[in-house]
Design a protein around this ligand. Structure first.
Ligand code: HPA
Ligand code: ZN
Length: 324
């Protein structure tokens, strides 16, 4: 099974590129840029990754990305991830990034876009991986700021495959971002949003009704609202589920108690993803393997989950045909 899962062509639809920053690269970039880290060693960094909830993770996630300064740093970050993903049998990556988190540290959008863009082109050329870029807005910052950043990104709209919504969910409902998402819609840019990770099922409804999203990131709490589950099923709205993330952020206590089997039995379109692989104990393949150990699914189930991701990915029809 391990071999089958590794060889299965997998697409990663829910990946925060800043969350792919491994401690080794964190140290190398800290040295390159003269950044002081509050850790003495790579082991100490890893030992600090004991999270109580989403916020306790986000605190370290934002601290970790402080080592990213130049376009080369963003390039190295993304390229490092693409190489690992390629080795795991990943053929398509949709990377989210958090422009506001970098702008707040004085790192210009041009710098971020140049580094990430260069890595995407190199991954496509060297590794044969296709990629898509999702510009995510931080829901715990003002909506007006998200709108300003989105307008500032006008020169890059062509290269953005979707906009997203992430960071601390509780108390920051999708409705807060109705205007920004309406603007993206006006421009023909697709929309996705984290909802129903720590937040209630009502946030999933809002993301559908007010942000007109085509996918829900996480969405596992939809099960608290059977009518919503029926709607997601009927409208074939995919959920980008991240089982190891849900365990590490204590959305569920153990992987064996993860609602994936129930979501599957409900007939939903599901995909398996890593979220923040450097922080949550592994990449896409590790998430597939964790499900294998916990649920002993058949190869057919894993093949259909991998196929779902390719079917709903932001990629050209030509690329999709080649992968299916
Ligand atoms: N949830 C919300 N925001 C995030 C996450 C996450 O798992 N990772 C990075 N930003
Ligand atoms: Zn996420």
């Amino acid at each position: 099974m391990q071999d089958f899962l590794k060889r299965l062509p997998k697409a990663e639809l829910h990946l925060h590129i800043e969350g792919s920053l491994e401690p080794e690269l964190m140290f190398a970039l800290a040295e390159r840029n003269g950044v002081e880290l509050p850790y003495a060693s790579v082991e100490e960094v890893r030992a600090a990754y004991e999270f109580e909830d989403l916020q306790s993770f986000l605190d370290l996630y934002y601290q970790g990305m402080s080592v990213l300064h130049s376009a080369d740093d963003f390039f190295d970050l993304a390229m490092d991830y693409f190489r690992r993903a390629h080795a795991e049998g990943v053929v398509h990556v949709e990377l989210s990034f958090d422009p506001q988190a970098h702008l707040a540290r004085g790192i210009e959008l041009d710098v971020q876009m140049e580094g990430l863009g260069r890595a995407r082109r190199q991954a496509e050329r060297e590794l044969g991986i296709s990629t898509a870029l999702i510009m995510s807005f931080l829901r715990d910052r003002p909506a007006a700021e998200a709108m300003r950043v989105f307008e500032q990104a006008a020169p890059y709209w062509e290269t953005i495959d979707a906009v997203g919504l992430d960071s601390a969910e509780r108390g920051h409902p999708p409705s807060k971002f109705s205007e920004v998402f309406a603007r993206a819609r006006e421009l023909g840019i697709p929309r996705v949003a984290h909802a129903g990770e720590e937040g209630p099922a009502a946030y999933i409804r809002e993301a559908l009704d007010l942000l007109d999203v085509c996918r829900i990131d996480h969405g596992v709490r939809c099960l608290e609202d059977p009518a919503l589950v029926e709607r997601l099923r009927e409208q074939c709205i995919p959920l980008t589920v991240c089982p190891l993330s849900n365990v590490r952020l204590k959305v569920v206590e153990h992987i064996e108690e993860h609602p994936l089997p129930e979501l599957l039995a409900s007939g939903l379109v599901l995909t398996l993803n890593s979220d923040d692989p450097a922080y949550f104990g592994g990449g896409v393949l590790d998430n597939y393997l964790a499900c294998h150990r916990a649920f002993a699914w058949s190869t057919d189930i894993f093949a259909s989950l991998a196929r779902n991701a390719i079917e709903v990915a932001f990629m050209s029809d030509e690329r999709r045909r080649a992968l299916l």
